[in-house]
Design a protein. Structure first.
Length: 306
């Protein structure tokens, strides 16, 4: 009986008093527990403090939050000493920096320089080699990590074009208007040429497929020169018109315009959107347009450099 009484008194002496938490801290910690965006570890520590303030023992708190009671005692003590700030992680020493701020700046500066001879752009390996020349031993993979952290992408290129055509916006409005607003009693064709199309044929004819054997085609081919494809897209119906010829000279363009005129039903106007190829602005084209003025007209795209 004496031993039993001694153990009970010992256990009663070891029970911790409820943790003292101010009303302001209690409101803040309660918001941590309710939050769906805060890190789980902070919500867990806030719950430990709130349970300790209600007089729950460390062992019970550990069972409730899924943490060893010794670690529960650590966060309980941290709050008692530092308040809410004690629930944040302390800064850790960690591994010292291998590459200094100057090394990172040098990598960024190298990317703004001309790539090595024979290269079209900087690669991670080339940057690492150049850094070695400057006395910084760095791997290509580490260069990639630095570039990723700074959102540097030397392998990507963006281009732009500046128009010097004084009538750019007026022409752009005409072209966009034809695409967006289908004119009444009219057909709109977008016309262009594809030059230098290689005319090729297989040395041996292709053999058809048979049961158990796929279609077989000879790898070798013969060249028969190049051809030019004139093509037109009906921008509102999706119809396509094409014509294969030998060059992009103006007479061929006029002949293709004649085909489009013949494709256009009677009573409808014909609008052709073309680029600024010189073959589109010859006297022969103007003569054709004057002859078919009631049925066709061309809308040149805005001028651009080159």
């Amino acid at each position: 009986m004496l031993a039993l009484i001694t153990v009970m008194c010992f256990d009663g002496c070891m029970r911790l008093l409820p943790l003292v938490v101010s009303d302001e801290d209690r409101d803040e910690l309660a918001s941590w527990v309710r939050s769906r965006t805060i890190d789980h570890r902070f919500a867990q520590r806030a719950r430990i403090v709130l349970l300790a303030a209600d007089g729950v023992s460390n062992r019970q708190i550990g069972d409730m939050v899924g943490m060893h009671y010794n670690q529960v005692a650590v966060w309980r003590s941290r709050y008692g000493e530092f308040g809410v700030d004690g629930l944040y992680d302390e800064e850790r020493a960690g591994r010292p920096l291998v590459y200094t701020h100057d090394d990172v700046i040098r990598i960024v500066a190298l990317m703004t320089e001309t790539p090595p001879d024979g290269a079209t752009r900087w690669t991670m390996e080339a940057l690492a080699c150049r850094m070695h020349e400057h006395g910084c031993a760095i791997s290509a993979s580490q260069v990639w990590r630095i570039c990723q952290a700074l959102d540097l992408k030397p392998w990507q290129t963006e281009s732009w074009m500046t128009s010097h055509d004084p009538d750019f916006w007026e022409k752009a409005a005409d072209v966009c208007g034809l695409y967006l607003n289908d004119p009444e009693h009219a057909v709109v064709w977008s016309v262009d040429e594809k030059s230098q199309v290689q005319a090729k044929s297989r040395v041996n004819p292709t053999k058809p497929a048979r049961p158990g054997t796929p279609r077989r085609r000879d790898h070798g081919y013969q060249r028969h020169g190049t051809v030019v494809l004139f093509a037109g897209l009906n921008v509102h119906d999706g119809d396509v018109a094409g014509w294969v010829t030998d060059s992009t000279r103006s007479t061929n363009f006029v002949e293709f315009l004649g085909d489009l005129v013949r494709y256009t039903p009677d009573g409808l106007e014909l609008h052709c959107i073309v680029d600024n190829l010189s073959a589109h602005n010859t006297p022969g084209v103007e003569e054709f347009l004057d002859k078919h003025l009631t049925s066709s007209c061309t809308t040149p795209q805005p001028m651009h450099p080159g």
